[in-house]
Design a binder for this molecule. Structure first.
Ligand code: PEP
Length: 251
């Protein structure tokens, strides 16, 4: 059956020493505990190898927050999937709404990033989600469906099995507004059906679908109690071990 996951997304926060300390704090906070989920830290490129060292030997995995859409060469300032994988990271967050909005990442670009990540043995945590205007006119199902189909549905079955999805309604990210657990369940179930229609029920049932958008220690248990919500992608509440642990313990 599918994995439960709680993944932090630090975004552009923490200096390198602060990030190493945060990773160590998260590590000690879970030590000796029986976890019912995998824990991932999504960290800036500059922190990847040091954070990977800080969590080595623990159950914590490391994710980059992005990677390039080209494999190598004259792309000044870019960081390739191969470079990310060489740091010890095993996941990469792709298609976050901030990347789509501020850096104009389209489905065509994201499709290339996903393929390069997979070719380098990185598991994409692929983010999808509607903006407020789309939800208000009832278009949220169709928006997420399109995002999934455009970037992921040319993948082979064996590649698709390495995808983790994160449903993140854009209106809930960093706003303190959370989708209700029923709203999350309804759209997660829809996403799973879209996957089942393409790849079959068994692959759909084994796909982890995370919820993201102002999830925290106060609402995680309720969100994670829903059958199609397999964990969370956590921004603000991942920036301290005291706030992150109660989310992990939501399982
Ligand atoms: C995110 O950045 O993926 C996110 C969900 O942020 P926050 O938890 O702060 O809303």
């Amino acid at each position: 059956m599918r994995k439960n996951i709680v993944a932090g997304n630090w975004k552009m926060n923490t200096s390198l020493p602060e990030g190493i300390q945060l990773a160590k704090d998260v590590r000690s906070s879970i030590e000796g505990k029986n976890l019912n989920c995998e824990v991932i830290l999504g960290v800036p490129f500059t922190h990847l190898s040091e954070v990977a060292k800080a969590v080595a030997g623990s159950p914590i995995k490391v994710a980059a927050e992005n990677c390039a859409s080209e494999s190598k060469g004259a792309f000044t300032g870019e960081v390739s999937a191969e470079m990310v994988a060489s740091t010890g990271a095993t996941y990469v967050i792709l298609g976050h709404s901030e990347r789509r909005q501020y850096y104009h990442e389209t489905s065509a670009i994201l499709k290339k990033k996903v393929e390069l990540a997979l070719a380098n043995q990185l598991k994409p945590i692929f983010c999808i989600g509607e903006v407020l205007e789309e939800r208000e006119v009832g278009k949220h199902f169709e928006v997420v469906e399109r995002q999934v189909k455009e970037a992921l549905f040319d993948l082979s079955e064996s590649d698709f099995k390495n995808i983790v999805l994160a449903y993140e309604p854009v209106w809930a990210i960093g706003t303190g507004k959370t989708a209700t657990s029923d709203q999350a369940q309804e759209i997660h179930a829809h996403i799973r059906k879209v996957i089942a229609d393409k790849y079959g029920k068994s692959i759909a049932d084994n796909t982890t679908i995370l919820y993201g958008g102002s999830a925290n220690g106060g609402n995680a248990k309720e969100l994670f109690s829903k059958p199609d919500v397999d964990g969370g992608l956590i921004g603000g509440a991942s920036l301290s071990a005291e706030k992150f642990l109660p989310v992990i313990e939501g399982f």
